[in-house]
Design a protein around this ligand. Sequence first.
Ligand code: ADP
Ligand code: ADP
Length: 217
Amino acid sequence: MIKFNQVYKRYPGGHEALKNLSFEIAEGEMAYLTGHSGAGKSTLLKLIAAIERPTSGAVLVNGQNIRSIKPAAIPHLRRNIGLIFQDHKLLFDRNAFDNVMLPLQICGFDHRESAKRVRAALDKVGLLDREKVNPIALSGGEQQRLCIARAIVNRPTILLADEPTGNLDTEYSNEIMNIFKSFHQVGVTLLISTHDEGILRQFPARALHLRKGELQA
Ligand code: ADP
Ligand code: ADP
């Protein structure tokens, strides 16, 4: 499902963010990505979503090689990947429902089918009764859950989350992790970057540990 083979990523300017990474994540697996700030966690997630391309080596996602993927094939790849990234902000000029609707508008579903999917996504993160609320009025934990609803409304088979509990206290973090666990239970493949030791202990799963761009055994 996700396979890296001898992957290097060098950013313009010469900084080598990832060095000789080889690993696989099986379909339906939940795994963590750990390591200090700057270790390369975001870069690794961006390669999977074809936001960045590897400098060398193969990144295979659902059989597609990201190194050589044609721009026209990227929207289809992304429809299968839900992204929960810190720079994907909620829009405060519309309510919670319309924030989750956004990815579907791009896909051209009819309104009634879209509305059904939006409500199903809001239901999964426990925000069905908050659909009319502007996200600015939601708590930090609720905002993060809304980001998750937006990421899964397309029913992706892969979910990538970059420090999804970064700014949340333990109670909210556990809520988020329980939501991820429920996706894992229905067969979604999850890769979650974190340096929250509490979460690693409480929700154990395989951890890929990066150190200065290299995978540690
Ligand atoms: P340092 O650079 O300070 O020696 P490390 O890079 O070894 O730190 O570890 C960074 C963080 O990742 C630490 O909080 C550590 O507990 C955690 N960690 C270290 N090794 C692993 C591993 N194999 N799997 C998961 N987490 C790890
Ligand atoms: P992490 O998510 O573990 O904090 P990143 O993947 O964001 O790590 O960054 C890994 C390294 O690559 C860092 O040294 C960072 O400064 C560098 N880096 C990240 N993005 C870019 C970029 N767009 N251009 C140049 N260097 C970058």
